[in-house]
Write a protein that binds this ligand. Structure first.
Ligand SMILES: [Zn+2]
Ligand SMILES: [Zn+2]
Length: 201
């Protein structure tokens, strides 16, 4: 789900094999959601060339290929692209990728918007917002979800994002859903997870 942070060191620390990832869902193309991907792609080109699918908004192939191209210049097309077994897929209202059923919910986020996803994993529904304003589509995204990973950027007025106050209200409106809030721009809050803490869902 998105790839803004450096993926390889994080995966290594939590024991995830970067070669095992079968699908990447992107909510939108802002840098803090995509710029952790190039080193991960490097791994999938040279270390573990298993097939991978990128699902995201319209233009996903052009946007990501441009990112790989700017990352490595002419070597991308001549040396690396032929070894990279990637498929790009524009997110449908509902579909299936890597065996997982998903639904897409269009969320409000500045001028770009954002694709929220509902994904069926092991009989549970996971909702993931990426960046969003606290508008009606967000409630539709988390409605009935077992777990929701939703942004909560900061306190007070947060342009094109959700405030901590709005996040708290959202949680109250959906008492049966377990929420995990991410995308905090600064500081921490009471009850935040510790580094490497395992959360049972
Ligand atoms: Zn954004
Ligand atoms: Zn963001």
């Amino acid at each position: 789900m998105d790839g803004g942070a450096p993926l390889l060191p994080h995966m290594s620390r939590v024991g995830v094999d970067a070669g095992d990832i079968e699908a990447v869902f992107l909510t939108h193309f802002h840098g803090d959601h995509t710029l952790g991907l190039p080193p991960f792609v490097l791994h999938r080109v040279f270390v573990d060339p298993r097939p991978i699918t990128f699902v995201g908004p319209a233009g996903i192939e052009e946007r990501l290929e441009a990112l790989w191209d700017i990352s490595w210049g002419p070597d991308w097309k001549t040396v690396m692209r032929p070894r990279f077994h990637a498929t790009y897929e524009e997110a449908k209202p509902s579909g299936k990728v890597a065996g997982y059923k998903y639904e897409t919910v269009k969320l409000d986020h500045g001028t770009s918007g954002s694709n929220g996803y509902r994904i069926w994993v092991g009989g549970k529904i996971l909702a993931y917002s990426g960046d969003t304003e606290p508008t009606a589509p967000l409630d539709a995204l988390v409605e009935g979800a077992d777990i929701a990973i939703v942004e909560a950027t900061g306190p007070g007025d947060v342009f094109s994002h959700m405030s901590w106050e709005a996040a708290s209200d959202l949680k109250k409106r959906h008492p049966k859903t377990r929420f995990m809030f991410n995308h905090l721009y600064n500081g921490t809050v009471e009850g935040a997870v510790d580094d490497l803490q395992v959360i049972e869902v």
